[in-house]
Design a binder for this molecule. Structure first.
Ligand code: ADP
Length: 695
C-alpha cells in the first residue's frame, strides 16, 4: 500500500480508537502508540499543566528510556526546554541535532541516534492551549515534508480534542458523583435531623450521632463524650465499633489532666487526622490506643453549646484517607446538628429539673426562700407564706430585714448548720423559727421551720414539772403535817376532827390531780370512749352552779343559771352528760380560782343559731390576754407558771375540757369581757342540739 494511504488508514483507525477512549490515560496511550506508527517517530510524549497550573506534568510517553521520563515528569514553566515555550507561546518548535540545539535549550539532553529531531507541538483546545505533545525522530532528514507536518498537526489536533472530550467527560462524571453525594448527604442529614428531633436526652442525641455519623462517613467507629455537670470530666455517652477495653480506657477523661482531646475540644475547631502516623505524631501513646485497634484516620469534631466546647465526636476509619471538602462539610454539619440537639436536650433536662424543684418548693412543709446578695427576696414559697402569714406578693423583691424583724440574728450565724429556734414578732403573733441556709456566689437559700408549738409545749412541759411538783407537794405536806400532829399529841376532839378533815380534803385534791393526769393521758392515747346521748343541759348547768356555790369562798357569788326564754324544758343537746358536767365544773372552778378579788360567776344557757346550744361561764376575774386565748387550751399551758398570783394548777384542765367537748362534736372557746384583760373572761361550750322529738 502507498505510504500515504497507510498513514491515512492509521490515522482513521486512531480516530475510531479515540472515539471510544474516555479516560485521559486511554486517550494519551492511543495517541502515542498510533503517533509512533503513523509518523515513524522513535519517541512521543504528552505533558499537561498541573491542576493549579504551576508546572507541566508528564501524562504519558513512549520510546524513551526511563531516565528521560523521570526528568520530564514535572517541568517547571521556566525550564529551558521546548515544552514550556510551546505551552506558553502556542506554536510548534522544531529542534534539530547540532550546536544550536543546546544553545536554545540548555536543559535538553544531547541528541542521540534515537533523537536527531525533536518536534514539540501545542495541543490546541477550544479554550486555548491544553498542553504539549512531542515527537522524536531518528533521521536527520525527518520531519521535512509537507505531509509530515500535516500528519503531525492532525495527530496533535485529534489528541487535543480527545483530551478535551475526556476532560469534559470526567468533569461530567465528577459532577454527577458530586450531585449523587449531595443527594445522599441531604437525605442523610434529613434523617439525622428527624432522628435528633426525637432524641430528648444528651445520651440519645449522642447515640443518633454516633450511629448516623459512622454510616454517613462510611466509617467503622464513632464516639461521643460530653462534659459532666460540673465540667470536671468528659464522660463517654455513646460509642460504636470500639473494643470494650478501649471504651473502658476512655470512659471518663479527667479534664484537669493535660490531654490533646481536651485541648481540641476547647479550641472548638475540628481536627482531621488522615493516617495513623499523623495520629501518633499528634497524640500521646495512651491516647492513640486507637492505633492498636487498627484505626488509621480520625475526624475529631468538638461539640459546642453557645460557642463553648462541651464535648467531642470522633468518626474513625480503619484505612488512611483524605478528608475532602465535601466530607468535612458533612461531618461538621453533623456535629453542628448534634450541638443544637444537645443544647436542646440539656435545656429540657434543666427545665424538667426546675419543674421538679418548683413542685417540691410548692409542696414542702418547710418555709423556703432565696435571697440575692443584697438580701432581696427572690423566692418565697407557699409554706413560708403560711408560716409567717406574709403572702409571696408582699415578700418578693423586699429586703429580708424589712420582712423579718430581727433577721440579723440569723444572718450573723454561719448559716450552715440548723440553729436554735429564734423568736420573731410578726404582727400580733409570736413565732419561734429555726433556720438553716446555704450561701452561694449569687446569694443564699434558707429553709425554716415553725417551732412555735413545739417550743410552747416544751416550755409548758418544763413548767409542768415545777408546777406539778408544787401542786403535789402542797397537799402532801399538809397531809403529812396533819398526820404527824395526830400521831404525836393528845389533842382536843375538835382539833382532831379539823386535822382529819384537812387530810380528807387534801387527799381529794391529790387524787383530783392524779385523775387529771390519768385522764389527759387516756385522751392522748385515744383510750377514752364517750357516751353521747340526748341529755338535759339545764339540769346539768343547775347542778354545776350549785356545786360551785358550795365551793366558792366568800366574796364570790353564783347567781341562778340564766336560761333561754320560752319552754326551757324542751332544750336538749347531744352530749355525754357525765363528761359535760366535768367540763362545766372545771370551767366554774377556774372562774372561781382566777377571781382572787371576788365577783360574780354567771352560768348561762342559750340556743345559738343554727341548731347549737351554748353554755357560758363568765367571771369578773383576772382575764386572759387576747394573744393567749388560744394557747390556754394547750396541754400544760398556764398563764402564770411561776405562780406570781398564787393560784395553783396543772395546766391540764382546759386541755381536758377541749378534748372532751371536741369528742362530743362541740366547740369550746373563751372571749374577753371588756377591753384587753379587764372585766374577766367568758368561757363557752357549744354543742349540737338534739333533734326535736315529735309526738
Ligand atoms: P390550771 O390547772 O392551771 O387551772 P387550766 O388548763 O384549767 O389549768 O387553765 C390553763 C390556764 O388558763 C390557767 O393556768 C390560767 O392561767 C388560765 N385560766 C383558765 N381559766 C381562767 C379564768 N377563768 N380566768 C383567767 N385565767 C384563766
Amino acid at each position: 500500500m502507498d505510504a500515504a494511504l497507510t498513514r491515512f488508514a492509521l490515522l482513521a483507525e486512531l480516530t475510531a480508537q479515540l472515539a471510544d477512549a474516555l479516560s485521559l490515560e486511554d486517550v494519551v496511550a492511543a495517541v502515542l502508540a498510533q503517533g509512533l506508527e503513523v509518523l515513524g517517530a522513535t519517541g512521543a510524549f504528552v505533558v499537561l499543566p498541573s491542576p493549579a497550573g504551576h508546572e507541566l506534568r508528564l501524562v504519558g510517553y513512549r520510546g524513551y528510556p526511563e531516565i528521560v521520563s523521570e526528568r520530564w515528569s514535572r517541568i517547571p514553566l521556566d525550564a529551558r526546554l521546548p515544552a514550556p515555550v510551546v505551552y506558553a507561546e502556542g506554536r510548534t518548535v522544531v529542534v534539530r541535532a547540532g550546536a544550536e540545539r543546546l544553545q536554545r535549550f540548555p536543559d535538553l539532553a544531547a541528541e542521540s541516534d534515537n533523537e536527531r529531531v525533536l518536534v514539540t507541538l501545542p495541543l490546541r483546545g477550544r479554550g486555548g492551549t491544553l498542553g504539549v505533545i512531542g515527537f522524536s525522530f531518528g533521521g536527520d532528514d525527518a520531519w521535512t515534508t509537507e505531509q509530515d507536518i500535516l500528519y503531525t498537526e492532525a495527530l496533535a489536533d485529534h489528541c487535543a480534542s480527545a483530551i478535551e472530550r475526556s476532560q469534559l467527560f470526567s468533569e461530567a462524571v465528577a459532577a454527577r458523583a458530586a450531585a449523587e453525594r449531595a443527594a445522599h448527604r441531604s437525605s442523610l442529614l434529613q434523617r439525622v435531623t428527624s432522628d435528633l428531633a426525637g432524641a430528648l436526652t444528651p445520651k440519645q442525641v449522642a447515640g443518633v450521632l454516633v450511629h448516623q455519623g459512622v454510616a454517613a462517613a462510611d466509617a467503622q467507629a464513632g464516639w461521643v463524650s460530653l462534659l459532666d455537670r460540673d465540667g470536671r470530666k468528659l464522660e463517654l455517652v455513646a460509642e460504636a465499633g470500639f473494643s470494650a477495653s478501649l471504651v473502658e480506657q476512655f470512659r471518663s477523661i479527667d479534664v484537669a489532666r493535660p490531654s490533646r482531646l481536651v485541648e481540641w475540644m476547647r479550641a472548638t475547631e475540628p481536627v482531621w487526622i488522615e493516617s495513623a502516623d499523623a495520629l501518633a505524631e499528634l497524640m500521646s501513646e495512651a491516647e492513640h490506643a486507637h492505633r492498636a485497634e487498627g484505626f488509621e484516620a480520625v475526624a475529631m469534631l468538638p461539640l459546642l453549646v453557645r460557642g463553648e466546647g462541651i464535648g467531642f465526636l470522633t468518626i474513625d476509619f480503619v484505612t488512611p484517607r483524605t478528608f475532602d471538602a465535601d466530607e468535612r462539610a458533612l461531618l461538621e454539619t453533623l456535629a453542628r446538628l448534634c450541638s443544637q440537639a444537645l443544647e436542646r436536650a440539656r435545656l429540657n433536662e434543666e427545665l424538667a429539673g426546675r419543674a421538679d424543684a418548683a413542685a417540691v418548693l410548692e409542696r414542702i412543709g418547710e418555709g423556703v426562700f432565696q435571697l440575692d446578695r443584697a438580701g432581696r427576696i427572690l423566692i418565697w414559697n407557699p409554706a413560708a407564706a403560711l408560716i409567717t402569714g406574709i403572702p409571696a406578693e408582699e415578700a418578693l423583691g423586699r429586703l429580708i430585714v424589712t420582712v423579718l424583724d430581727g433577721w440579723e440574728r440569723v444572718a450573723t450565724g454561719d448559716g450552715e448548720r440548723p440553729r436554735e429556734a429564734l423568736r420573731f414578732d410578726l404582727g400580733a403573733r409570736e413565732l419561734w423559727l429555726s433556720f438553716s441556709g446555704v450561701q452561694y456566689a449569687a446569694g443564699s437559700v434558707f429553709a425554716f421551720r415553725d417551732l412555735t408549738e413545739e417550743r410552747a409545749l416544751e416550755e409548758a412541759r418544763r413548767d409542768f414539772v415545777a408546777t406539778a411538783s408544787h401542786e403535789l407537794r402542797t397537799p402532801l405536806s399538809a397531809v403529812y403535817g396533819a398526820a404527824l400532829t395526830l400521831l404525836r399529841r393528845e389533842l382536843p376532839e375538835e382539833r382532831r376532827t379539823q386535822l382529819l378533815s384537812l387530810i380528807a380534803s387534801e387527799s381529794e385534791r391529790l387524787s383530783g390531780i392524779l385523775d387529771e393526769l390519768l385522764l389527759a393521758s387516756r385522751l392522748d392515747a385515744g383510750a377514752l370512749t364517750l357516751q353521747v346521748s340526748d341529755c338535759d343541759p339545764l339540769l346539768i348547768a343547775h347542778e354545776v352552779a350549785e356545786l360551785g356555790r358550795q365551793r366558792a369562798p366568800e366574796g364570790i357569788e353564783l347567781p341562778p343559771v340564766s336560761v333561754p326564754v320560752g319552754d326551757a324544758s324542751a332544750v336538749r343537746c347531744l352530749a355525754d352528760p357525765d363528761r359535760l358536767r366535768q367540763v362545766l365544773i372545771n370551767l366554774v372552778d377556774n372562774a372561781i380560782k382566777y377571781s382572787p378579788d371576788g365577783g360574780t360567776v354567771e352560768v348561762s344557757v342559750t340556743v345559738a343559731a343554727p341548731g347549737r346550744l351554748r353554755i357560758a361561764v363568765a367571771d369578773r376575774g383576772l382575764g386572759i390576754p387576747p394573744a393567749e386565748r388560744e394557747r390556754i387550751f394547750a396541754k400544760f399551758y398556764r398563764l402564770d407558771p411561776s405562780l406570781t398570783r398564787g393560784v395553783g394548777g396543772t395546766g391540764l384542765g382546759l386541755y381536758i375540757c377541749r378534748s372532751l367537748v371536741e369528742g362530743m362534736g362541740g366547740r369550746i372557746g373563751v372571749d374577753g369581757r371588756g377591753v384587753g384583760m379587764a372585766g374577766g373572761s367568758e368561757f363557752w361550750v357549744e354543742l349540737p342540739l338534739a333533734p326535736a322529738v315529735t309526738a
